[in-house]
Design a protein around this ligand. Structure first.
Ligand SMILES: Cc1cc2nc3c(=O)[nH]c(=O)nc-3n(C[C@H](O)[C@H](O)[C@H](O)COP(=O)(O)O)c2cc1C
Length: 208
């Protein structure tokens, strides 16, 4: 799959087909996503693969009752092993540990898409409930849940703000001008020529 298609084609999927995912496929998805960069290459992530339907029901309930999650045959619970990071980075470690897990989670969603699966990032859940449900030790934080399954939806790329609205040049607030694409340059060239032609036509008509 072309990289652009991976990025643009990944969407948050909230409707899934009733079809099992082979464990080997989950392994392949994680094997690709593990190449995510992390601060000091500390890789402070752990993943709990949840297949049990009763547990998925309870995770959905702990996720502000997002019961559509149950349809997804697998929930991946991304956990943050902060202890791995804090000694290396006493000041910034907490932030790094979360950023590392977030980068890993995003790559899982991209990897899943590459392997033909849909996914959705779940951030709205009760950490303590999830911790209790999955016997996660106190020093480990469940950071993100990712639902995984064969998509029942076909979604086109989501609208995003244009680059010129999210980018500044050199300092905050200074406009970043995106050079026009070749097609846009041709279009504006044609428009200029047409308006010149119209002006000429007007003056000729006036003379008559
Ligand atoms: C930090 C974070 C938390 C999110 N939490 C939820 C969530 O709890 N439930 C949900 O349905 N989607 C959640 N999403 C998915 C976003 O709603 C989704 O990415 C966004 O609307 C853009 O749509 P797209 O992923 O299809 O491009 C979350 C995404 C992120 C990055």
């Amino acid at each position: 799959m072309h990289f652009e298609d991976v990025i643009k084609g990944r969407r948050s999927i909230r409707r899934y087909r009733d079809k099992d995912i082979p464990r080997s496929l989950v392994g392949e998805i994680l094997d690709l996503a593990k190449h995510t960069p992390s601060s000091g290459n500390l890789q402070n992530w752990k993943v709990i693969v949840v297949k049990d339907s009763e547990m998925r029901q309870q995770l959905a309930q702990a996720s502000m009752e997002q019961y559509w999650m149950v349809e997804a045959p697998i929930h991946l619970v991304i956990c943050n092993d902060y202890d791995k990071v804090k000694d290396h980075y006493p000041v910034l470690g907490k932030m790094y540990s979360i950023q590392n897990c977030a980068a890993f989670a995003y790559n899982i969603t991209l990897s899943a898409h590459t392997f033909g699966l849909g996914s959705c990032w779940i951030g709205a859940f009760d950490n303590e409930k999830v911790q209790r449900l999955l016997s996660i030790p106190d020093n480990i934080d469940p950071e993100i849940i990712i639902t995984l399954g064969y998509s029942e939806d076909s979604k086109s790329p989501q609208l995003r703000d244009e680059v010129k609205y999210i980018t500044y040049q050199e300092k905050w607030g200074a406009k970043f001008k995106v050079p026009k694409s070749e097609l846009e340059q041709i279009e504006s060239g044609i428009k200029k020529e047409v308006s010149k032609f119209k002006k000429k036509l007007k003056t000729i008509k006036k003379r008559k």
